[in-house]
Structures are given as structure tokens and as C-alpha cells.
Design a protein around this ligand. Structure first.
Ligand SMILES: [Zn+2]
Length: 71
């Protein structure tokens, strides 16, 4: 399934810089090979790369749960 990109996500891809939504510090990849999870070394916040730039609500709309798809 193709990923969905928002402006912040694209900016991160272009620049390689991802910033923590909690404290604003630069985030790093938990695993530099898979590059799917971002971790903030400053506050410890972590998130999936495909969640970056989305609020939880926006993200939930992009990726409905199985229960929602069954309706
Ligand atoms: Zn942080």
C-alpha cells in the first residue's frame, strides 16, 4: 500500500529533519536501516514515521481500523 504524505512528512523526507511534536527538538530514527520509527532523544517521545505531521484524529481517518472497514 502506498504511503500517504502530508506537507510536514514531505519536508522531512526532503531535508532529513524531523521535529518532535511534543518538545520541538530534532528526532532521530530508532533503527537507521528500517527508518520507520522516529524517536526524540530530548523527551523520549516516539512515533511511526507515517504518523509524522498528522494529529491522531487525522491519522485515524487515513488508517481506519478493521472494525470501521467492516461497517
Ligand atoms: Zn521531544
Amino acid at each position: 500500500m502506498a504511503g500517504f504524505f502530508n506537507d510536514k512528512n514531505v519536508e522531512g523526507l526532503m531535508t532529513g529533519d524531523y521535529f518532535c511534536p511534543v518538545c520541538g527538538e530534532k528526532m532521530i530514527f530508532e533503527d537507521d536501516e528500517t527508518r520507520d520509527i522516529l524517536v526524540c532523544e530530548h523527551c523520549g517521545h516516539s512515533m511511526d514515521l507515517d504518523h509524522y505531521g498528522f494529529t491522531d484524529e487525522e491519522y485515524a481517518k487515513l488508517y481506519p481500523t478493521k472494525e470501521e472497514l467492516d461497517d
